[in-house]
Design a protein around this ligand. Structure first.
Ligand code: UDX
Ligand code: UDX
Length: 436
């Protein structure tokens, strides 16, 4: 099937490359000329395990191409995905102006019956607006359907998540559109040994499945982080508590990792957007506000602990191990480490940082801090070290060497990577989350 993906950021690029991989002919479009030029010369502008090879293989096979022009990209496409950014406005509401602009351009370019599918995370009832926009600008008066097809991929495992999904959600208003979307995903259903659940519902419900799912996962994280606060005050161990909770199949252990808070391009933005759209619809979803408040407190915790340990931060050197919002990505959007660096600099501390993938992106934000070649250079002469991303690189550090390099062997572990008793036996002053 011929497919067009408009918006070749994280989600668009993974979506387009995976659809090509399962046999469709895909054109990815983006308004960022530099990005398209990079992609046309075979370079991939983001770090995602396996993506470079996937793009190269499918470009070579003639199934994947890139253009900066929507009309060219959508020519002959049976399905057009909209995966442009839906960034937050100051109120937290989702900015849908890019979605509207793209819908208008698509309307002008329609020639034959086409399915226009939402891939970007959008508030409920956005599909109605897209339909209205296309109808108003449908110069050739062509039949079309708007579909909601949210993605659930996680950065760092995006290709696996797309090709072996927990479920495929399709929000449609017609059997014709449903048939085309089922045909599109048939190869994914066939290639997996387990039965891939396909949920077919109306557009509004599909849109809400995405916001509700992301917000529930964020809620689970804020819940365990709140419990971690109680653990610190009572002398309990959050890891044991999470283990005990997680063995209850109704709860599950996943997403009960206490730490320095959730970041990324999705959770913070989607929880805020879900809260705003609920309010507009007349429901004050207070719980979501608390999810964000707990997360904001959690992001401030590592620097608070550094201050408790070092008294005065001004003039001190603090090492930050990990900048990305999670491992296996170079994405620093809403990363807790970024919040911590801002707070450390505001206190007058000097910051040394190391991350296996995300330093180039952090350099654009903080040109004035020291970026190091490895974790050891990073902790050299540091008064304390913050561990902010649970990269494998940090799992088996040579701790006697770390201790010998630091000015003070103080470690604040924002991801509970190490065992408190072992760290203390090695002579570190060790602070973590929800444990004493
Ligand atoms: C995006 C959405 O932001 C997110 O809500 C959704 O869940 C998934 O898609 P992501 O791919 O991470 O997430 O966004 P981003 O990396 O910002 O990519 C958006 C791309 O759209 C950018 O490459 C941007 O250049 C492009 N774009 C934006 C267009 O091509 N045209 C536009 O009009 C606006
Ligand atoms: C998330 C959703 O998981 C995915 O389904 C959706 O499509 C996009 O948003 P992503 O943002 O890539 O994916 O990362 P995720 O693995 O969910 O982690 C999000 C944040 O939560 C990270 O900062 C991570 O460190 C944090 N986290 C995750 C915790 O603090 N504790 C946990 O137990 C799990």
């Amino acid at each position: 099937m011929k497919v067009c993906v408009i918006g070749s950021g994280y989600v668009g690029l993974v979506t387009g490359s995976c659809l090509a991989e399962i046999g469709h002919t895909v054109t990815c479009v983006d308004s960022n000329e530099q990005k398209i030029a990079m992609l046309q010369r075979g370079a991939v502008p983001i770090y995602e395990p396996g993506l470079e090879e996937l793009v190269a293989r499918n470009v070579a096979a003639g199934r994947l191409a890139f253009t900066g022009n929507i009309t060219d990209g959508m020519a002959g496409a049976k399905v057009i995905f909209i995966s442009v950014g839906t960034p937050p406005t100051p109120s937290g509401e989702a900015d849908l102006s890019f979605v509207e602009a793209v819908s208008t351009t698509v309307a002008h370019g329609l020639k034959d019956y086409t399915v226009v599918a939402e891939k970007s995370t959008v508030p409920v009832r956005t599909g109605e607006r897209i339909k209205q926009t296309i109808t108003r600008n449908n110069v050739n008066n062509v039949e079309f359907d708007v579909v909601s097809n949210p993605e659930f991929l996680r950065e760092g495992s995006a290709i696996e998540d797309f090709l072996a999904p927990d479920r495929i959600v399709i929000g449609v208003e017609s059997e014709r559109a449903e048939a085309i979307m089922r045909e599109l995903y048939e190869p994914i259903i066939k290639r997996n040994s387990y039965e891939v659940p396909v949920i077919v519902t109306n557009v509004n419900s599909a849109e809400l499945i995405k916001h509700a799912s992301n917000s529930f996962l964020a809620l689970k994280i804020s819940y365990i982080n709140a419990v971690a606060q109680v653990c610190e005050l009572s002398g309990a161990d959050i890891e044991k508590v999470a283990e005990g909770m997680g063995l209850d199949k109704r709860i599950g252990r996943s997403f009960l990792n206490a730490g320095a808070g959730f970041g990324g391009s999705c959770f913070p933005k989607d929880v805020a957007a879900f809260y705003q759209i609920s309010k507009q619809l007349g429901y004050d979803f207070e719980l979501l506000r608390h999810v964000l408040e707990i997360n904001d407190c959690q992001k401030q915790m590592p620097v608070k602990k550094a201050k408790q340990a070092l008294w005065v931060l001004k003039g001190k050197t603090v090492a930050v191990l990990g900048l990305a919002f999670k491992p296996n990505t170079d994405d620093i959007r809403e990363a807790p480490a970024i919040h911590c660096i801002r707070a450390l600099l505001a206190e007058g501390a000097a910051v040394k940082a190391f991350d296996p993938q995300a330093m180039a992106r952090a350099r654009a934000l903080f040109p004035g801090i020291q970026y190091c070649a490895d974790p050891y250079e990073c902790v050299q002469d540091a008064n304390a070290a913050l561990v902010m991303t649970e990269w494998d690189d940090f799992k088996s550090l040579d701790f006697p060497r770390v201790k010998s390099l630091m000015k003070h062997p103080i470690i604040i572990d924002g991801r509970n990577m190490y065992k408190p008793e072992i760290m203390r036996e090695m002579g570190f002053e060790y602070h973590s989350v929800g444990r004493r």
